[in-house]
Design a protein around this ligand. Sequence first.
Ligand code: ADE
Length: 233
Amino acid sequence: MKIHIITAFPNLILSPLEESIIKRSQEKQLVEIFVHNLRDYSTDKHHKVDDYPYGGAPGMILKPEPIFACIESILERFKISNPNLLFLTPQGKTFHQSKAVELSEKDHLIFLCGHYKGIDERIRDYWKMDEISIGDYVLTGGELPTLVVIDSVIRLIPGVISDIESARTDSFYDNRLDCPYYTRPEDFRGLKVPEVLLSGHHANIQDWQEQKAREKTQKYRPDLLNNNKKKKD
Ligand code: ADE
């Protein structure tokens, strides 16, 4: 998969791409990531990418020209005719694991990171981007939300995580939270690993994991259980 990120703040993005699973996905050549600096597409001598909003309002707005130029350059250079454009914004549809699965099946993704007050509305009107929010709170820009989405997508690409079962048991896969896990030592300062996990009895362990997952979901996200019920009805 080729991932393009358009941003006026590339440094906010670069270092997390060079760590852990995202780094390994690139080393294994399963993912290629291109960070495009929006300022390189500004014709302004100061590389300005934002301006004041018409009609007057607090905050600055990202200008259309550099964004159009950058998107068009990516489409031409990478021969993309049907672009998967994503715009991270608090006004978008709330991100969910099912969306991560959908995006992990694409051959390319192009992320536009907003910043300041927002982007010129003509960019939205023209490019028909998939607008995604990572939650009901406002961050200073789309860079961190883009990283959140990219991280969740990359780990689902076949071959990225060696134990794909591990990704399948993640919280939210079945609209429920994951069960608790323990590792060595068996006894840490008197805090013991539940007996059943040491029993080697596979069926009992699975029953215990399912029950604990249900209890956790009931405690922290009862809305998910209601969703499952609604789906069945
Ligand atoms: N940009 C600023 N806040 C955001 C959010 N909550 N989700 C996605 N993009 C954003």
